[in-house]
Design a protein around this ligand. Structure first.
Ligand code: B12
Ligand code: SF4
Length: 523
């Protein structure tokens, strides 16, 4: 039987917060391929027992840092992860190796592909947002990558697997593929995707170490440690925020619908399966924007309640999509937190970034959430193009007014090929290759002092401001646990894990207090 091995990149394995997110793309690909007779392995090395080495190394790093005043060697962990990935990929005896890639992961993915190519003849395919945007950065003469899948991968990957199984060669009929033809990167036609999004990942969960993913962690209801996972009910977002990759992603496939939904029944079945098999207490709906289709949201809540699924859940949504009746319906079905992209406290800025909401919408959704005791998580962006000091003050004023329970404050990152990137950044670089230099892993570690990333009209220390705001508003977020949390705790079969997680939370807060104080004292 044809076999595919799918690799979760090292950045998603090692990074503190990212490692708690399931490798969704690989999960969906694996489920679809297996359903269609292709055997699949997911290589997700962080979750394996032998990664106790990582913990051991980290302890010794901290020991060195504190007692010997030597710096922590992140590199050691990184190369350890790469070695493990290679070892597993080689021993999997796959017929095709697939790797997922975001922009900041380019170097790692090429490093892994090169080592694999040196040691085996197995074809390598990459997919995900970066290869979809820049296939020519992966497909060139003597590149270690053989194929790029552009846009959604399920059907393209299946056709590629079938083609390779029958000897390969005729790739032209596989839509959504890039490969080397006459020494150049050649892209086939854009793939048309089906209107309904009917893939369910249920069958692939067993390929992951779900023990790891379902331990209480703070990435379900953000900041609050719960046992749960993130799931999807839809794909796509119809909005056109200039800083977001969504409108770019929309162009990668031919599609009639801007948002495609999974049948509610299939999502409920997945949640039930997760609850019964892994004893989760909560889930997070990872959709770009939940509640775009109000009727879908209502049907989801109805079916969740009817099925007697008594789990806590959280969503990401927009402030113009939720009114009081909908919030009440969702709360009644178990909703405990809403994450809202607030972005700015200036209506003018919101207009410029094409967010499609007003400050009044934001005030409204936060006051409704406070009224109904739903936790809130807000995302803000500073350093927006042409933002003035006055507009920054309006944003800080809004943060103070809405008082979210948790949040992130980011500075503008020009994500490749977004409208913001095209208007305010692309002319500052000499070639697309420079993006790799400038937008490193996690993108947020971009060269903050580099003037090319300065978009606003004021001059301040962005990192310092963000630090001060976090200390002021969110320092104790993970210890502010509402009544609902204690209900979840009492119901849970994982009480010991929760007690341990709460202790971790306290240590975390103390660690953050000390680190922030040191940063503030230094500045
Ligand atoms: C979930 C998510 C994450 C998760 C990743 C979870 C994981 N382990 O996979 C977490 C929270 C860790 C994360 C982190 C970050 N993210 Co993010 N994230 C998303 C989000 C919301 C959904 C992606 C997803 O899982 N979708 C569901 C799966 C099924 O779809 P998919 O990933 O698109 O995969 C499909 C295809 O792309 C393709 N495919 C993908 N991989 C592969 C591999 C192969 C071999 C093949 C054949 C096909 C294939 O097939 C899949 C199935 O159809 C997207 C927004 C979006 N709408 O895509 C942003 C997004 C991908 N993230 C983004 C960003 C900026 C980040 C961060 C930099 C944020 C930050 N500042 O820290 C970090 C970077 C992390 C890193 N490693 O470098 C940007 C990416 C921009 C870019 N050019 O790279 C996006 C597009 C957000 C946005 N709206 O702009 N993210
Ligand atoms: S609403 Fe959210 S997901 Fe949709 S385009 Fe705007 S920022 Fe992106």
């Amino acid at each position: 039987m044809f076999k595919v091995s799918l690799i979760n990149p090292p950045e998603r394995i090692l990074d503190g917060s990212l490692k708690y997110y399931l490798p969704f793309s690989l999960l969906y690909l694996a489920a679809y391929l297996e359903e269609n007779g292709v055997k699949v392995d997911i290589i997700d090395v962080k979750t394996e027992k032998s990664c106790f080495h990582i913990v051991k190394n980290r302890i010794s790093d901290y020991y060195n840092l504190v007692l010997k005043k030597e710096t922590v060697s992140q590199d050691r962990l990184y190369f350890f992860a790469i070695d493990k990935i290679i070892e597993e990929a080689l021993s999997s005896c796959a017929n095709l190796i697939g790797i997922s890639c975001m922009t900041g992961e380019y170097r790692s993915i090429m490093r892994i592909a090169s080592i694999l190519k040196e040691k085996s003849k197995t074809p390598v395919v990459v997919g995900g947002i970066h290869p979809s945007l820049y296939p020519e950065q992966f497909i060139y003469d003597k590149s270690p990558v053989d194929f790029v899948v552009i846009g959604e991968g399920e059907e393209t990957m299946l056709e590629l697997a079938r083609c390779l199984e029958s000897g390969g060669g005729d790739y032209e009929n596989i839509d959504g593929l890039a490969y080397l033809k006459d020494g150049k990167c050649h892209c086939t036609q854009i793939r048309a995707v089906k209107n309904d999004f009917s893939v369910s990942p249920i069958k692939a969960y067993g390929k992951l170490n779900m023990d790891f993913y379902t331990k209480p962690h703070p990435y379900v209801a953000r900041h609050v440690r719960l046992s749960g996972v993130q799931i999807f009910t839809s794909r796509g977002c119809p909005y056109n925020c200039t800083f977001c990759s969504n409108s770019v992603i929309r162009k990668m496939n031919k599609t009639e619908k801007l948002v495609r939904y999974r049948p509610v029944g299939s999502v409920i079945e997945e949640i039930k399966f997760l609850r019964d098999t892994y004893h989760i207490d909560a889930f997070y709906i990872m959709d770009d924007t939940f509640c775009i289709d109000r009727r879908y949201a209502e049907e989801f809540c109805g079916q969740l309640k009817n099925a007697g699924i008594n789990l806590a859940w959280a969503i990401e949504t927009r402030s113009n999509l939720v009114d009081e009746p909908l919030l009440k319906t969702m709360k009644d079905a178990g909703l405990v937190q809403i994450d809202v992209g607030v972005e700015s406290g200036s209506d003018e800025m919101l207009g410029q970034i094409k967010k499609g909401i007003t400050v009044a919408d934001t005030l409204n959704i936060f006051s409704l959430a406070h009224k109904h005791k739903i936790r809130t998580f807000a995302s803000f962006i500073i350093n927006l193009p042409n933002e003035t000091c006055q507009q920054l003050q309006e944003t800080l004023g809004l943060l103070k007014k809405i008082r979210p329970d948790g949040g992130v404050i980011g500075t503008t990152i020009p994500l490749p090929k977004t409208e913001l990137f095209d208007r305010y950044f692309s002319h500052k670089i000499n070639s697309d290759w420079e993006i790799i230099e400038l937008l490193g892993p996690r993108l947020s570690y971009y060269k903050i002092k580099d003037e090319r990333f300065h978009f606003c009209k004021y001059n301040i220390d962005f990192a310092g401001l963000i630090d001060r705001l976090i200390i002021r508003y969110f320092l104790f977020s993970e210890l502010q646990l509402g009544l609902w949390y204690w209900r979840v705790f009492l119901r849970s079969k994982r009480k010991a894990q929760y007690i341990w997680a709460t202790m971790q939370g306290i240590i975390n807060v103390l660690d953050r207090v000390i680190t922030r104080c040191r940063v503030l004292l230094r500045s």
